[in-house]
Write a protein that binds this ligand. Structure first.
Ligand code: M6R
Length: 620
């Protein structure tokens, strides 16, 4: 939600800011803006619409300077418009800031500031922060401090931040102190990049790739004071901090499209590699189990776990459902899958031996973070399954596992899902082998898992068939996605993909639930997509499919290669390789990703930047 960039150093800043905003655009794309400090003044260029439109504006009216901030917005307070776009000025332009997050007490603060004579140009909560900072600066000056001194700016920020309730990541420029850039965070991520005589700020590391590989992840309640010559880090409670510098291991090809038209398509095609990466170094063929380095729990502690809570949102929640089936099946440990947005406010009974696993691609999802913190506060062991290294959830959990899928830029999650399922399969195996699972059973799973990247590669060959099917159905406005057991979460995930990128209504159900209500929806304009690979209850799913056919509903089936029975019954079939039942989601999810992709293209939708959405949901 919203992307922030900032720079102080020797370069002409607008190129870095615009390039950074392009890279962060997946976080929000309602409007964009930059502000550049150039001696006596701060120049702002901002505009509703995409970063590309801002770039054109800057081409027409260039800005020059070596200190600046930028923002790409996902609207929370106030519609996407020029006025509501960031940066916002405070006071009479003494302060200019960009903000990511939600200020919960903005309404009360706005009234107080209006009574003090501050005039608002926008409907945003962020402008409140700008005026609050300007007022705080004014108070410091009244006390005799010099507005051109870094300490005055810092003090103004410290005092103002104490009045804010809610989440923020901010980067602030000071008109009368142009050689300083201050960043602060509480709840919304910020990463600092350290160059040679230059410093960078960004909401995630992608804008820094190619500029520096030394980064510092800002923690909550930390303030960074950046000048051309140095960086200071202060914590609200514990004062000056020694920055913990980490090495960034992203390369520029990770964040480029290469030969693909869209990031979503690129990421779908990366899955053979990303699944392989999720398994790398984690398969122990000798002991027929998985190896995890970062769980930070002893075997003894792990053996006492008597319940696992998997908490997540969206696609990650669907991966968690697959995990539930597998962990219960392999390890016989009861598993609950909780929406993080519910768990953070629910108070379900959880024993001391309940382990909590937060599953998240970004590691920044506000609801998942809040649920994790709540469980941690209650004393539960918390683990995280994250993709983004150094993300807040990865850092706050007691231990965890990284997906190593590389940056996922398309808003619709694809490769993260299959990587999450891969790691959850390994975890299920690990817990299983620690308990009841035999050596032979463990060994068989490992061997079959090892073959999965190859099977996913073969599955990708269905693209041409999927494209044809998309041509046939793309005009329809309602779809049902149906599957059973391991393929029920796949059905949910397929429906979510279609909804979010092509704006077509789609519902996922366990196939057998149709007769309890949704069957009433079936007509010749409502296709049902059955995920029906060979499995123990294959004949049952076939019966569910026949029930839909008998009522005149078109059926698209995802079936195993060579399945003639399905070919006779369904209107259209997409074939996938036959793999072990417990590993099927890793292949059956792929054609559903492709189908959503092709339907979205045919409906002229923006595949990578669907309306109303953003990649990383850092607000509640
Ligand atoms: O980064 P996370 O995995 O925590 O994100 C959770 C959801 O916001 C995310 O999966 C969302 O549902 C995707 N857009 C789905 O494609």
């Amino acid at each position: 939600m919203c992307g922030i960039v900032g720079y102080i150093g020797y370069r002409n800043v607008s190129n870095f800011l615009l390039e950074g905003l392009h890279r962060l655009e997946y976080r929000g794309y309602d409007s964009a803006g930059i502000a550049v400090a150039n001696g006596a003044d701060i120049t702002i260029r901002k505009k509703a619409g995409r970063v590309q439109e801002l770039s054109s504006l800057v081409d027409e009216c260039p800005v020059e300077g070596t200190v600046g901030v930028g923002h790409t917005r996902w609207a929370t307070h106030g519609e996407p418009s020029d006025a509501n776009s960031h940066p916002h000025s405070g006071g009479n332009g003494e302060i200019v800031l960009v903000h990511n997050g939600v200020i919960e007490n903005y309404s009360a603060l706005r009234s107080q500031l209006q009574q003090l004579g501050y005039t608002f140009q926008s409907e945003t909560d962020s402008e409140v922060v700008a005026h609050l900072l300007a007022h705080s600066l004014f108070e410091q000056v009244k006390l005799g401090c010099e507005p051109s001194e870094t300490d005055t700016c810092l003090k103004a920020v410290e005092v103002a931040l104490k009045k804010l309730k809610g989440a923020y990541g901010i980067a602030v420029l000071f008109r009368d102190c142009p050689g300083v850039l201050i960043a602060a965070r509480n709840g919304s991520p910020l990463v600092l990049g350290i160059g040679d005589g230059e410093y960078f700020i960004a909401s995630d590391a992608s804008p820094l790739v190619g500029y520096t590989d030394e980064v510092v992840y800002l923690a909550d309640h930390e303030i960074a004071i950046l000048t051309e010559t140095g960086m200071d880090l202060l914590h609200r409670d514990s004062g000056r901090q020694t920055p913990s510098i980490q090495v960034l291991d992203q390369v520029s090809t990770d964040i480029e499209l290469g030969d693909f038209e869209h990031f979503m398509l690129k990421e779908i095609h990366e899955q053979p590699t990303t699944i392989e990466n999720a398994m790398r170094g984690r398969l122990d063929f000798d002991a027929a189990t998985a190896i995890f380095g970062g769980l930070n729990m002893t075997l003894q502690q792990l053996r006492t776990v008597d319940r696992i809570v998997l908490t997540a949102c969206g696609t990650s929640w669907h991966a968690a459902l697959v995990g539930e089936y597998l962990i219960e099946e392999f390890a016989r440990i009861p598993v609950e899958v909780e929406y993080a947005s519910e768990l953070r406010y629910r108070n379900p009974p959880m024993s001391d031996r309940t382990m909590v696993f937060a599953i998240t691609q970004s590691g920044e999802t506000a609801d998942t973070l809040a649920a994790l913190r709540e469980c941690k506060r209650k004393g539960h062991s918390t683990l995280a399954l994250c993709n983004v290294v150094g993300s807040t959830i990865a850092r706050e959990a007691d231990g965890g596992v990284y997906l190593h899928a590389g940056p996922e830029i398309g808003v619709a999650s694809t490769k993260a899902f299959t990587s999450q399922v891969t790691v959850l399969t390994l975890l299920a195996l690990y817990f299983g082998r620690m308990r009841h699972m035999s050596y032979q059973a463990g060994s068989s799973i490992i061997r079959k898992l090892k073959e999965i990247p190859e099977k996913v590669e073969q599955t990708l060959n269905c693209d041409a068939a999927v494209k044809e099917i998309a041509q046939k159905y793309y005009g329809m406005n309602n779809f049902l996605y149906l599957g059973r057991l391991h393929n029920f979460p796949v059905a949910l995930e397929g429906a979510l993909k279609l909804k979010e990128i092509s704006y077509v209504h789609a519902e996922g159900y366990p196939a057998a639930e149709m007769k309890h209500g949704p069957l009433a929806l079936i007509d010749e304009q409502t296709p049902s997509l059955f995920v029906v690979p060979k499995c123990g209850i294959y004949p049952k799913v076939i019966s569910n499919l026949e029930e839909v056919k008998a009522r005149g509903g078109p059926v698209i089936a995802i079936a195993c290669e060579g399945d003639d029975r399905v070919a006779e019954l369904a209107d259209d079939v997409i074939y996938v390789p036959d793999v072990d039942e417990c590993l099927q989601p890793l292949v059956t999810s792929v054609p559903l990703q492709l189908l959503a992709y092709h339907i979205a293209l045919l409906r002229n939708c923006n595949v990578d930047r669907p309306r109303n959405l953003a990649k990383s949901v850092t607000v509640e």
